[in-house]
Design a protein around this ligand. Structure first.
Ligand code: ASP
Length: 554
């Protein structure tokens, strides 16, 4: 431009404009004209004030009048543009992740992650927590998922498991008298993947001795508040609400409710006349949400919502609506079964105002509540009630201790097998284990389970009882957890703790939809690292050394 060549030079800290002037050095300018995207260069020159500053970038007030130029390394043309808005699709960005990481948006997430980890270390250090590393090659530590396993060459036919979490080790550290432990811990779970799951992920893993539930909640509520204050400038002055699991399920249909907005679940079964509409008659549960000012929804919009709830992952069979018209009358998809008076009684239960819309689902209680939860979140999303820069945290407490699994017909620990029952429910272990509540808690922010933990069983007999309810024989419990049970014989303190998902924490703070963009080198939805092409087959010689023969793949 007018005998000048401008080049943007980018480093981790941003972009600076370089100026090459034909009049001062024509040969140098000519060389600059041949530079390409992503070349690595070294320049020397004079920093000068720009006559037309660029207010959009931090270095926009200055430019560098270049005197010498060295090309340190040329570059191929990158497969996608390295800019905030890139033309690279997901797979391409993952394949060339080192280029993707050059983009501001991705690098910023990594910087945020670093900042969060530093703050966590600082806070926990101040609270006397000791950072201890625990091993990666271990025996199984069940957290309800499948293990990744690693064959042992030195012990043919035997396998290590990668930790699903450092659970047993942190409990042993409490037996060891460490009092307060934390670790930024890599965990591995061989699960089907979703947007907020990765086969390997990081936890802020913590444990404390001589505590009761309230002590744990207070310390870690403090941590979350400290992080939000420092990173977001947000003062979360109020104590986080505590909601029982039963209440969360009843009011939100979820154990991780998004409490940024209302539209709670209302139960209509008890106020619905029998014998009129067979679908409702045969339903264990009828529930409604009241969508404010949505009575004007068109047939098309309502059909869309019906399609939404019928998706296999939501699983409702259909949806009933009631429009509470502005003139006080009602219009519904079940007009031929129920009188205006009946519809009015539903509206009353839902505290609906004229102009509101009731959306009603029915069926088996648990499934229907879950479907209503999805519908509520969808409506919250459509009505703009879930802004990414607004945060609402709560503790969900008093989880059931066990979950009944119909396929294998036995109880499983809802949190994990070392979770303590509430003392007042211990007697129920023998008579009605399904009713036992645990001293377990989750921290939930904006409908995301940020972390969870429990007070642990520290008594050998009670632990044996819990194993028995879960169908472990004494031998199996001994084989899997014998070392923990033995440790409990040597003066184990009462203890409890929790773990936060670090990746989720970062993505929540960054307002991301997926945890992938806050992990430097993530896996794709099939658990593959497309950059280094893992997992991959291994050399027959390696297999032989490990004493492993592969079966043909089914
Ligand atoms: N180990 C648990 C988990 O990974 C957390 C805890 O109970 O501390 O969910």
């Amino acid at each position: 431009m007018g005998g000048m060549t401008f080049v943007d030079i980018r480093d981790r800290y941003g972009i600076t404009q370089l100026v090459f002037n034909q009049e001062t050095d024509a040969a140098l300018c000519e060389r600059a004209n041949h530079l390409g995207r992503e070349w690595v260069i070294q320049v020397e020159g004079v920093v000068a004030e720009r006559s037309n500053p660029n207010k959009n970038i931090p270095t926009g007030a200055i430019e560098l009048l270049v005197e010498t130029l060295t090309v340190l390394n040329a570059s191929e043309v990158p497969p996608f543009t390295i800019e905030d808005e890139t033309d690279g699709g997901d797979e391409l960005r993952m394949k060339y992740r080192y280029l993707d990481l050059r983009r501001n948006a991705v690098r910023k997430n990594m910087e945020l992650r670093h900042r969060l980890v530093m703050l966590v270390r600082q806070y926990l250090d101040q609270q006397q927590f000791l950072e201890v590393e625990t091993p990666i090659l271990i025996g199984s530590t069940p957290e309800g998922a499948r293990d990744f396993v690693v064959p042992s060459r030195m012990n043919p036919g035997e396998f290590y498991a990668l930790p699903q979490s450092p659970q047993l080790f942190k409990q042993l550290l409490m037996v060891a008298g460490f009092d307060r432990y934390f670790q930024i811990a890599k965990c591995f779970r061989d699960e089907d993947l979703r947007a907020d799951r990765q086969p390997e992920f990081t936890q802020i893993d913590c444990e404390m001795s001589f505590v009761e539930q309230n002590d744990v909640l207070e310390i870690f509520e403090g941590l979350v508040k400290y992080v939000f204050k420092t990173i977001k400038g947000l003062d979360m002055t109020e104590a986080f609400p505590r909601m029982t699991w039963a209440e969360a399920m009843r009011l939100y249909g979820s154990d991780k409710p998004d409490i940024r907005f209302g539209m709670l679940l209302n139960e209509l079964k008890s106020c619905t006349e029998e014998g009129l509409f067979t679908v409702f008659d045969s339903s264990e549960y009828i529930g409604a949400i009241c969508v404010p000012a949505a009575a004007t929804y068109t047939r098309k919009q309502l059909d869309e919502l019906t399609e939404f709830v019928k998706r296999p992952q939501i699983g409702a069979k259909g949806m009933v609506y009631v429009k509470c018209e502005a003139d006080g009358s009602f219009k519904s998809s079940v007009d031929k079964f129920y009188t205006g008076q009946q519809l009015a009684s539903w509206a009353e239960v839902c505290q609906a105002k004229p102009g509101d819309l009731l959306l009603i689902l029915s069926g088996e209680t648990h499934k229907t509540r879950k479907a209503l939860c999805e519908l509520r979140l969808e409506m919250g999303h459509r009505l703009g009630l879930r802004p990414k820069d607004q945060f609402a945290a709560l503790w969900v407490v008093d989880f059931p201790m066990f979950e009944w699994d119909e396929t294998v017909e036995r109880f499983f620990a809802m949190h994990h097998p070392f979770t303590s029952p509430k003392p007042e429910d211990i007697a129920l272990l023998d008579v009605d284990p399904g009713k036992v509540r645990a001293n377990a808690y989750d921290m939930v922010i904006n409908g995301v389970e940020l972390g969870g933990g429990s007070i642990r069983i520290f008594d050998r007999k009670l632990q044996a009882k819990a194993f028995e309810v879960m169908g472990f024989t004494a031998e199996k419990a001994e084989a899997q957890f014998g070392f923990l049970m033995s440790a409990f014989q040597y003066g184990a303190p009462p203890h409890g703790g929790l773990a936060f998902g670090l990746d989720r924490f970062v993505s929540l703070l960054a307002g991301l939809d997926s945890i992938r963009d806050c992990i430097a080198f993530p896996k794709n939805n099939s658990g593959r690292d497309v950059m280094c092409d893992a997992p991959s087959t291994i050399d027959p010689a390696q297999l032989d050394e490990l004493n492993i023969t592969l079966k043909p793949i089914k």
